[in-house]
Design a protein around this ligand. Structure first.
Ligand code: SF4
Length: 208
């Protein structure tokens, strides 16, 4: 598919995605990134309570932290990153708050329903590199649960929605998590960001 055709397919899909209301416990609106034709897909967990009003993922404090990581590692600011990388998520609606505080983790049914959108995005974009952010996204992309210390900083190959892709996992940048601010998290995050900056699909973005 040509790049303009991919862009049209993404826009069409986003129109359908915007109207999705199949999860009764999810809180709208649906949040998704721009229809960026990219070989890199970043997969987050789910929008937080603020993203809906901004109409884009990673629009609040966790996003500020994550885009600062990219700026420092690659010299690509938030606008440049959003213009060059397709930002997706395991779930596209805010799950609400968990009883113990923090955002509720999407349940298995919600994840399964929303996976169909990821599948379509992967089919349209044919990614070379997938960047899952946080434990849930990592688990969904790699198909197995693993401690952050075993996967952050590594470059893995995985079969994802019918394609062989490179995977560079990142911890969730949420302020509620201390993992990326303490050792070994700090060192492993720095290694992961260096791998990301060197990856050919990202290096092309950094040159633009
Ligand atoms: S979480 Fe995904 S599948 Fe569920 S209503 Fe929102 S967009 Fe639809």
């Amino acid at each position: 598919m040509s790049s303009p055709a991919k862009h049209r397919a993404l826009r069409l899909m986003h129109g359908e995605l915007d109207a999705c209301r199949v999860c009764p416990n999810m809180i709208g609106p649906v949040v998704h990134g721009a229809p960026v034709v990219s070989r890199v897909i970043l997969v987050g967990q789910a929008p937080g309570p603020r993203e809906g009003s901004f109409g884009r993922p990673f629009a609040w404090t966790a996003g500020r932290t994550m885009f600062r990581w990219f700026e420092e590692a690659m010299g690509v600011g938030e606008d440049g990153f959003r213009a060059g990388v397709y930002i997706a998520a395991v779930a596209r609606c805010f799950p609400g708050k968990a009883s113990g505080g923090g955002d509720r983790r999407p349940d298995a049914d919600e994840i399964a329903r929303c996976e169909g959108w990821l599948q379509r995005e992967a089919a349209i974009l044919e990614p070379e590199l997938v960047v899952p952010v946080g434990t849930l996204a990592i688990e969904r992309v790699l198909g197995e649960k693993m401690p952050l210390a075993e996967i952050v900083g590594e470059l893995r190959r995985a079969r994802w929605h019918g394609r062989e892709v490179d995977v560079i996992a990142l911890p969730h940048p949420s302020g509620a998590s201390t993992w990326h601010r303490m050792e070994p998290g700090k060192t492993l995050l720095a290694r992961a960001l260096r791998r990301l900056a060197r990856h050919p699909a990202m290096a092309a973005l950094a040159r633009e």
